[in-house]
Design a protein around this ligand. Structure first.
Ligand code: KG4
Ligand code: ZN
Length: 337
């Protein structure tokens, strides 16, 4: 099954062509227009998607040896959550392509797509599983009994973990987005040299709160602490919280697998800590390849493949709309049936 997948939920324009779950060709354009603004400017993001997307599709089709859209079986695009203006670009383009070629269209939930980075077929993960989705916009824990049954255990009450990384990096003048730069800055730091609070750190609570940490970081920074020590301390606090809550839920539910996804899973301290803990417990750990931690279209294509493996006739309505927030408890990959 040939799937053309499109992702434009924020500031990455991405297109991928998959044969089932295998990647045939993919392109990602990470927008740089926002770097001087200290965050994503929604209107600039939408306008860039409009300009960039057609070229990316052309390159992906040409690299895949595809001459007409009719050679594609299924078209999938992220419908939300995300920036509505950005989402509408990818969603409208993809619906039009599906309509013009008379093929199935699937509107995909972005959060579910992140988890489906790990989907290579119905048996790719042993259940029950616990999943951590940790990105610039979300920090959520899910209990998964199957690919179609991901139940939200809890999420952040305020800032997402990636957002906290970005705000700390911005404060220290490391640019936007700053997660990776902050991780680099932390390499030479000693986390014990700067004391920071661990908000809502009780591992039994499946909820998170990172906004207080931001204030504590600012106060320490204004006291003139060393950047490397501050970055190391901040990173350790965030990773400790994420790991302890995830493992508590895994132990409690007797999870056979742990899935982690989203931009913050690029963080090496988080990756190492999770690998060590899962090895100790004999739990299978699914970490995305680094290039699939942040937003990409391959995860959207894999979510579409999973939907069709479960129910081949699934499709979304062509009036499927973009949405900014997801507020459910059971996470479904397919939007707007
Ligand atoms: O999943 P993603 O691309 O976008 C959303 O869906 O939000 O995640 C982007 C987030 C940003 O906040 C970025 O700072 C963070 O992932 N990030 C990192 C690292 N690389 C990216 N955070 C910590 N350490 C990293 N190495
Ligand atoms: Zn994302």
């Amino acid at each position: 099954m040939r799937i053309l997948a499109v992702e434009t939920s924020c500031d990455d324009s991405a297109v991928a062509l998959l044969e089932d779950s295998s990647v045939i060709a993919e392109r990602i354009y990470s927008q740089t227009v926002h770097s001087n603004h200290g965050g994503v400017v929604p209107e600039l993001a939408s306008r860039q998607h409009i300009e960039i997307l057609p070229g990316l599709v052309k390159e992906v089709l040409s690299e895949s040896g595809i001459n007409t859209l009719r050679e594609i079986d299924v078209f999938a695009a992220t419908a939300g959550p995300g920036l509505v203006g950005s989402l509408l670009v990818g969603l409208s383009w993809t619906k039009a392509a599906a309509f013009a070629s008379g093929k199935q269209f699937l509107g995909i939930n972005h959060l579910s797509a992140h988890l489906h980075t790990h989907y290579t077929g119905p048996d790719s993960v042993e259940f029950p599983a616990v999943a951590l989705l940790v990105s610039g916009g979300h920090t959520c824990l899910f209990n998964m009994k199957s690919w179609t049954r991901a139940v939200l255990l809890g999420s952040t009450r305020d800032d997402a973990a990636g957002e906290a990384f970005d705000k700390t990096a911005k404060l220290a003048g490391l640019g936007y987005p700053g997660g990776e730069a902050l991780e680099k800055a932390a390499i030479d730091g000693n986390p014990d040299n700067v004391s920071l609070p661990s908000p809502l750190s009780d591992p039994t609570l499946p909820e998170f709160s990172f906004s207080g940490l931001k204030t504590a970081v600012r106060l320490q920074w204004e006291n003139g602490v060393d950047l490397a020590d501050l970055a190391a301390s901040f990173q350790k606090v965030v990773v400790d919280i994420l790991v302890s809550k995830l493992l508590f839920q895994a132990d409690r539910s007797g999870a056979a697998s742990i899935l982690a996804a989203g931009g913050v899973t690029a963080n090496n301290l988080l990756r190492t800590r999770l690998s060590e803990e899962c090895e100790k417990r004999g739990i299978s750990l699914f970490l995305p390849e680094k290039k699939y931690t942040t937003d990409n279209a391959v995860m959207v294509g894999r979510a579409a493949f999973a939907i069709l493996c479960e129910e081949p006739s699934s499709c979304s309505s062509l009036s499927c709309n973009a949405f900014s927030r997801w507020s459910g408890t059971i996470l479904k990959a397919l939007c707007c049936t």
